[in-house]
Design a protein around this ligand. Sequence first.
Ligand SMILES: Nc1c(NC[C@H](O)[C@H](O)[C@H](O)CO)[nH]c(=O)[nH]c1=O
Ligand SMILES: CC(=O)[C@@H](O)COP(=O)(O)O
Length: 163
Amino acid sequence: MATALQNLSSYDPNEIPDGKGKRIGIVVSDWNTAITGNLLQGAYETLTKFGVNEEDIILEHVPGSFELTYGGKLLIEKSNVDAVILLGCVIQGETPHFTFVCNSVTQGTTQLNLNYNIPIIFGLLTTLTFDQAKARAGGRYGNKGDEAAITALKMIALNTKYK
Ligand SMILES: Nc1c(NC[C@H](O)[C@H](O)[C@H](O)CO)[nH]c(=O)[nH]c1=O
Ligand SMILES: CC(=O)[C@@H](O)COP(=O)(O)O
């Protein structure tokens, strides 16, 4: 379903698990920081809205989206978290570089999910234009950071159910 039909910030608050006591890592890319800063704000506000303590949010910045998966690996291995959220924004330029970065983060995130026993959330915007990114980072289609935070809380609950 296209984002135009499913707002990224729409959810039923009654269906969101309690985040109290959960430790959540966030790795955010500094490329397109005008966008990723909004994603981070959305994720942070949503996590605390549903009970995650500020001191239980472990935040790290990386230079670009390509580095998100390595940053996620570090937090998984060193910071005793219940989930890791990766936030980035890749915008198409003149060359095929966009495709390689997007594919790398996609495959790398999948690998982390399969190799470790905690959920790693794919909060990556992959857009053709800056305006498309703005629309998904607190604009008319909501905030991908909100979606990532909600997904993290739901996946932690699922993980706990099967521990
Ligand atoms: N063009 C974008 C990049 N490029 C940088 C790479 O992510 C990486 O940091 C570099 O290749 C060095 O390893 N990154 C983004 O996050 N967004 C872009 O639009
Ligand atoms: C995703 C990128 O790395 C891209 O924005 C870089 O732009 P270009 O392809 O014009 O070098």
